[in-house]
Design a protein around this ligand. Structure first.
Ligand code: FE
Length: 349
């Protein structure tokens, strides 16, 4: 009896040791909110270079944060990739990430694009690419000067022209949260009411649908992340390129605080079972090669210092460069609850 027990224990122990050795050495569990096909090559290259196999779980930002919370200490997640600064901030304040100490990451990622170091001295999350929230417009029916700031989207001159996705989508919540910093809460709520009054249709679809709405003539003005327009510009499908050619693009607020910029970024999960592999993966994302897939592959701007942008669509859109806003990301995150209440009050779906 005793012998059997001992044998069973030994088998279990051996299995555990084998599992743990295998997972320590060769495995990475990735929870990703990125929805870009070019990332596949990024993951394949990492596995090729390191031998570390990636298991990926795909969900949106909110779904990933909810899942991490529900799983708690039992979570298999090692690395978290999210596509919105406010959600990264939320994950940080909810204690879902563990601070990372890495000279490679600190040297590569500029301070404004990463979290402030936690008290333990590590950094809770890092941005790996940036995207601008831009305005597209009907070049025939709309004057560029009427849409060159976010404030003008609410101007009565644009009545019946605006198309925009749901106000509660993270991309909009972050833009509106930044407006609270620039305008204060009262003026921001009045501005949001102005957006509702100017809508050509109730909010629906994603950002690409707003660009298509402008190209089809249903909308005079749309709001979109820059990469959705760049994707149409660079598409192999002539119909996509025709859509992009029909619309003008504005990087708003160049004469004031600059265009709202969001980030996609990553963190190591609080209860990571393979933390060393997780850090290795984040460091890999900051390398020039990986930045090419991570940022350029999705028509975003690379976050890592010294990585050259070689994207014709982004060059064409900006004429080389543009002024982006400089705001503490934590402030944008903290405004989200306030913004959602404003949206409810003004009837912004
Ligand atoms: Fe997106």
């Amino acid at each position: 009896m005793l012998k059997m027990k001992k044998t069973a224990f030994a088998v279990v122990a051996t299995l555990l040791a084998a599992t743990s050795a295998w997972s320590q050495d060769a495995m990475l569990n990735l929870y990703s909110a990125r929805h870009y096909s070019t990332d596949e090559a990024l993951y394949a290259n990492f596995t090729k270079a390191t031998g570390i196999k990636i298991n990926r779980v795909d969900a949106d930002d909110a779904g990933i944060l909810a899942r991490l919370k529900a799983e708690g200490a039992a979570s298999p997640a090692d690395v978290i990739l999210l596509v919105d600064a406010a959600r990264l901030w939320k994950g940080e304040v909810e204690g879902l990430f563990q601070p990372v100490k890495s000279k490679i990451l600190e040297d590569a990622i500029p301070a404004p694009l990463r979290a402030k170091p936690a008290s333990e001295g590590g950094t809770p999350w890092f941005g790996f690419s940036t995207r601008a929230r831009v305005i597209v417009y009907d070049k025939i029916k709309v004057q560029r000067a009427d849409v060159d700031t976010y404030e003008k989207l609410a101007d009565p001159v644009n009545k019946g022209k605006l198309c925009i996705r749901s106000g509660s989508h993270p991309y909009n919540l972050s833009l509106f949260g930044s407006m609270v910093e620039h305008l204060g809460p009262a003026r921001t709520e009045a501005w949001l009411k102005g957006l509702v009054d100017n809508m050509a249709r109730p909010p629906k679809g994603g950002d690409t649908d707003q660009i298509k709405g402008v190209a089809s003539g249903e909308c005079g003005i749309g709001v979109t992340n820059s990469y959705y327009l760049a994707r149409l510009m660079r598409s192999s499908n002539p119909q996509d390129r025709a859509i992009a050619e029909k619309v003008g693009v504005v990087f708003p607020n160049q004469a004031s605080w600059g265009t709202h910029v969001n980030i996609a970024g990553g963190a190591v999960a609080r209860h990571a079972k393979n933390p060393a592999n997780a850090v290795k993966f984040l460091e890999y994302l900051a390398s020039a090669d990986a930045q090419n897939y991570f940022a350029n592959g999705n028509n975003e701007w690379p976050a890592a210092k010294g990585v050259k942008l070689s994207n014709p669509a982004l060059q064409a859109m900006t004429g080389g460069s543009f002024k982006s806003e400089t705001l503490p990301i934590s402030a944008v995150g903290m405004n989200q609850v306030k913004v959602q209440q404003m949206l409810d009050r003004v009837g912004f779906k």
